[in-house]
Design a protein around this ligand. Structure first.
Ligand code: TXA
Ligand code: MG
Length: 319
């Protein structure tokens, strides 16, 4: 992080909600209450805002984030809808349920929010303050729990303030969360699969679905960065490249990369680089690059998450 920023504490009345919505429109981060836990919100369409979420949390990995919307009509702008999605939405939304659905092409969401996957996690929170904020903001909010990476999830504004003061623009205080654990995550890109147990019991989902729910092993849930579905480019990767060998395509970083086909950030800005990462990998793949050589990236701040992702992308493919 660079210099600490001033974190405003906003009350959850119309003036506070309007101020929070304006900050979000400007690409700033605002923590807000949901019925599960406080979320750290940023505009899911602005890559730099999404990158700033990872930076504020000090998250060393780019796990895909949940996109929060106010209603089903808005969800359908981003995700491919289905009868199963409809049944679950009617039964449990708004509420502590997240659905992972196929991502619509040209959704306009930042590729960092989905970690480059072709699916998207969507949730309609029930908390009245979250609802009011989403409507005032008028767009999709990416929001992981509003705590520094590795710390416990916040269920009160004071918890958020303890962890993130000086790192985010504002905290919207809506009192304590009633559910207190994160939402249940259900994968609907294939057979309905429980990806993370949470605030909505699996039994309730089973009853609504009338088909058996598949489960996934704990290790896969706690390490989403290692999911087989995580985006890896078709091209081979070579990191820390200071020279370019024949047949390689250079993904540059910083001002000294005249041979770069694409540059993550010509200015050497890690927030900009994170926002561009998955998009640039997709584009180099689409160009048919055989090997992507990547310029050195500093292992600090968001650079750690960028290098984590690139190292995984460079690792031998198992499937
Ligand atoms: O209750 C909650 O769900 C809270 C509040 C703020 O809404 N949010 C939350 O978000 O817990 P987060 O970012 O910590 O959880 C996101 C998790 C990822 O770690 C990943 O496991 C899963 O959702 N996820 C997101 N997108 C996915 C995708 N496309 N495919 C599979 N899993 C996905
Ligand atoms: Mg969390």
């Amino acid at each position: 992080m660079t210099d600490a920023i001033k974190t405003q504490l906003l009350s959850a009345e119309s003036a506070g909600i309007a101020a929070a919505a304006r900050l979000l429109q400007d690409g700033e981060l605002v923590a807000f209450p949901t019925e599960t836990v406080y979320g750290l919100g940023g505009d899911a369409r602005q890559g730099r805002a999404v990158a700033a979420i990872y930076a504020a949390k000090g998250r060393p990995q780019f796990n895909p984030l949940i996109v929060h919307v106010p209603d089903v009509k808005t969800a359908q702008l981003y995700a491919e809808w289905s009868d199963t999605a409809d049944r679950l939405a009617s039964a449990f939304w708004p509420g502590p349920l997240t659905l992972v659905l196929p991502l619509l092409p040209d959704s306009g969401l930042s590729s960092l929010v989905t970690a480059g996957l072709n699916s998207v996690a969507i949730r309609i929170p029930a908390h009245p303050v979250a609802q009011a904020l989403l409507r005032a903001f008028g767009g999709p909010l990416a929001a992981p729990s509003a705590n520094p990476s590795g710390r416990i999830s916040p269920t009160q504004a004071a918890h958020v303030a303890n962890g993130l003061t000086g790192r985010i623009a504002a905290i919207l205080d809506g009192g304590p969360c009633t559910v207190g654990v994160e939402s249940t995550i259900l994968g609907l890109t294939g057979a309905p699969t429980l990806l993370r147990p949470g605030g909505l019991p699996a039994e309730a989902i089973n009853a609504a679905l009338m088909t058996p729910l598949q489960t996934r092993s704990d290790s896969a849930i706690t390490a989403p960065g290692q999911l087989a579905s995580h985006y890896a480019p078709k091209a081979a990767m070579r990191l820390n490249a200071t020279t370019l060998y024949p047949g390689e395509t250079l993904l540059g970083f910083g001002p000294n990369c005249p041979d770069a086909t694409l540059n993550l950030s010509p200015a050497g800005d890690l927030t900009e680089a994170a926002a561009n990462l998955f998009d640039h990998l997709h584009r180099l793949d689409a160009l048919g690059a055989a090997t992507i050589a990547v310029s050195p990236i500093p292992a600090q701040g968001l650079g750690i998450a960028i290098l984590d992702r690139l190292t995984r992308a460079a690792a031998p493919r198992t499937a």
